[in-house]
Structure formats: C-alpha cells, structure tokens
Design a protein around this ligand. Structure first.
Ligand SMILES: *Cc1c(COP(=O)(O)O)cnc(C)c1O
Length: 432
C-alpha cells in the first residue's frame, strides 16, 4: 500500500495534488508520504508482534531528518552505517541507545563516537574490527556491546550489486568460522557479546531465502546465546518491494490479490519466520530500509525537450542520474507516470537526464503517453536509495524534499543553493 494515486486525472500524494507541489517548489522534487512510511513501518511492526522485537530502520535508504523523526515517533529505531548517520539520528531526535551500527570499515573515531553515545550494538564484520572496538572501549573505560555479522552463505536471488549473503561478498564472517570468533571475542575484556546479526541482501522478493538463512543460522544462535548469554538475533533487512506496477500497488485491492500471489508481504514474512524465531527466546531485530521508504517517495521531474532521432524518442527531463542513480547503477526499474493522466497512444520512449553520460537514463524503450516540453512526470518508488545517493555531478544542486501528511505539506529539505556546491573549495594561494 502507498498513498500516491490518481484522483480524476491528477496524481495525488495523500490529500495533495503533486502538481501543486511541483509548481510551488520547482523540480526536480522528491515527495514523501508520511502515511505510507507509517503504514509500512506498522505493517511490519504489527506482523512481528508475537516476538519481542525492534524494527531498526536502515536509514541509508533515506536519511532525511523528517523521515527519521517519523520513524522515531512510531517507536522505531535505526540501523546506522557511519558516525554521520548516528549524528543524523541525534539531530532528528532519535535515541542512539536503540541504534545498531553496521559496516565493514568503522574507523576509530566512529567507534569512539558511537561508544560515547551509548550505541545498542556494534554489528562487527571482522576480527580486526572486534579487536579495534575492544581497544577503544578499554581506553574509554567502557564495555562495548557487540554482535558479529554472520554470512550465512545463502543466495538471496537479487541483483549482484545488492546481494550480500554469499562468500563472494565482503560482508560478515563465514558461518563455519563464527563459533571460533565468539570464543576468541569472549576473551576480549571490554567487549560484551550481545547478539548475532545477518543480512542476506536487498530487494529480496521471496520469503524462502530469509527462511533458509534463519533455518541455517538458528542452531548456531541457540548455541551461542546459551554460551555467551546473548540478548538478540538480528535477521537484517532486505524485504523487497514492488517497482512494477508501482502505481497500481497503492490500492488495497491490489494488496489483497498480492497476498494470494507470489509477492512478499509483511504477513507472509512473519507467518514463515515467527515460528522459527519465537522458540529462540531472544529479542529479534529487523533492519528494513527499502520496505519502509521505497514506495513512500517519488521524484517529480519536468520535461525539457522531446528529441526524435529517427530510431528513438528521447524524453529529456530536468532530473538526472545525480538525483536518482538507481537505473544507471543497478539497472533499476522505476515506473514513470505523468502528473496529469493522458489519453491516446503510447510511444516507446527513452527517458533521460541532461548529464554528459550515456548511463544517465531513467528508462529505455518505455511505453509512455505523448508528452511535450513542460509536462511533469513522476518517477515512482524513489523513496529508498534515491535522494541519499544524489550528488553534485555537473554542478547540479541537490533536489528539494517535501513531506506530505494528509492535506498538509512542508519542506523537509530545501533545494540546495548553487553556491553551496563549492562551499569549502578554495583557489589556492599560488594561483592568485
Ligand atoms: C542496507 C542494509 C539493510 C537494509 O537493506 P534494505 O534492502 O533496504 O532493507 C539492512 N541491514 C544492513 C546491514 C544493510 O547493509
């Protein structure tokens, strides 16, 4: 379910016409629905109600302060991957003592910062990292709560750039090695072994890889929990969403039919996993990112030109890969719809940005209604891994972000003033 739909001919986000926002705030423009964020968080949270659990939103998917505050207000917590993200949590009014800290390359400064802020757990990805955390904790006269990320060696059947649970990846420690790692870590005096963590990949669209991983790791968790008095087992994130047809998936009836089909829903996920997890008697942590934020956001863009080359119909828009890199980076699909519904024949079109890269495209040979200069389009499902990966390539300012709640809306991030792009840069003295 999400809250982007046509009312008559106009695309709405909740109670607000998207066109109103595009006219008022300009384009490219990210728009987030608070109700969708809330609904997705609560669907998961409620499905897992039979477990003692904590939903830690993977904020690398969308770290806008208003998005974080929405999650924090719902009782959610955060999976952070840098000290910068932890500072964002604090800036958004979240509680660092409920956060987990993931990532393969935590620096000494990051570990110290997180320890001082009372992080709930470091999810460590190597033995040198455990030693580093121990050393810093000793220096600060603290005990560092840690979990080790187990690489369960299962295939998540997702895109190569977002699969993480096989031994081809840089993530975690191989399943077979974990016991030895815990035995050695237990001798490091300033560590407190608090849990075990895993994450098999992203945009996983079936329950079976999750089930397989939980089944494989559960006996190990049970054994480690007993030996080292662990408190939690984190089963990671990775729940996939529907990108196609994104718009139709906003309706209730679509979800009813999804439940019957081979589509991942929180209820199916919980139905399969709760019976496996409940007997462990541990607190269960979840780290969903995309599932919560993905369908809660769109990127609105304006058509600048339509260019026909004889072979192709290029729709050239004012958003580009610096605003949304997913198609270029992961061959990702985003449904593209006009803000004003159009009748008439569809034309196979390439929707492209203005950046000097052939990779700068949003869609290829996509059937689109006939559009012209000034028409406004929405790239659906752009709430996760969208704005967070944006850059200033080609000296393009970062897009503005709007949060909608019912009929209310407000700027959640101002459009970046152009001069901010080179703030901090200098013409070195000998050039003057
Ligand atoms: C990226 C990431 C997540 C979130 O992945 P989604 O596919 O967005 O749910 C969760 N845990 C870890 C460790 C991650 O790196």
């Amino acid at each position: 379910m999400h809250d982007f739909r046509y009312v008559g001919k106009k695309l709405f986000c909740e109670g607000v016409a998207v066109e109103t926002l595009a006219k008022k705030f300009g384009t490219p423009l990210y728009i987030y629905s608070q109700r969708t964020l809330t609904d997705h968080f609560q669907k998961l949270d409620r499905a897992l109600a039979p477990l003692d659990h904590l939903v830690c939103f993977a904020m690398k998917s969308n770290s806008n302060l208003s998005v974080l505050r929405t999650i924090a207000n719902l009782g959610g917590s955060f999976d952070v991957v840098s000290a910068g993200e932890l500072q964002r949590v604090i800036a958004a009014g979240g509680d660092p003592r409920k956060c987990v800290f993931a990532g393969v390359a935590k620096t000494e400064a990051e570990i110290e910062f997180a320890l001082r802020k009372g992080i709930y757990s470091f999810n460590a990805e190597s033995e040198p990292e455990l030693q580093r955390i121990n050393k810093i904790a000793a220096r600060l006269k603290k005990f560092a709560p840690v979990a080790v990320r187990v690489n369960p060696g299962v295939d998540a059947y997702t895109h190569a750039k977002i699969t993480t649970g096989t031994y081809e990846n840089k993530f975690g420690i191989a399943f077979e090695k974990i016991e030895g790692v815990y035995a050695r870590a237990s001798k490091l005096k300033n560590l407190r072994l608090r849990g075990l963590q895993m994450h098999i990949g992203s945009q996983v669209t079936k329950t079976s890889p999750f089930e397989e991983a939980v089944k494989k790791v559960s006996p190990l968790v049970r054994q480690l929990a007993e030996k080292f008095e662990l408190e939690f087992f984190s089963i990671g994130g990775g729940l996939g969403i529907v990108y196609e047809p994104a718009l139709a998936s906003g309706s209730n009836s679509w979800w009813k039919s999804a439940a019957a089909k081979n589509i991942l829903t929180p209820q199916k996920y919980a139905d399969r996993l709760v019976p496996l997890l409940k007997p462990l008697g541990l607190k269960i942590l979840l780290e969903p990112g995309r599932f919560i934020s993905g369908n809660a956001g769109i990127l609105v863009t304006r058509v600048e030109f339509v260019k026909r080359t004889g072979k192709k119909n290029f729709v050239i828009v004012d958003a580009a890969m610096n605003d949304l890199i997913r198609p270029a980076f992961y061959d990702a699909y985003h449904e593209i719809v006009p803000l004003t519904k159009k009748a008439g024949a569809m034309i196979a079109s390439d929707v492209v940005g203005g950046i000097c890269e052939s990779g700068d495209y949003f869609a290829k040979d996509r059937p689109l209604p006939k559009v012209g200069e000034g028409d406004l389009l929405a790239l659906m499902s752009a709430g996760a891994y969208g704005s967070v990966q944006s850059s200033n390539y080609n000296a393009r300012p970062l897009a503005a972000e709007i949060l909608v709640n019912g009929k209310k809306y407000a700027v959640a991030r101002e459009r970046q003033p152009v001069k901010e792009i080179w703030r901090g840069e200098k013409i070195v003295a000998w050039l003057k």
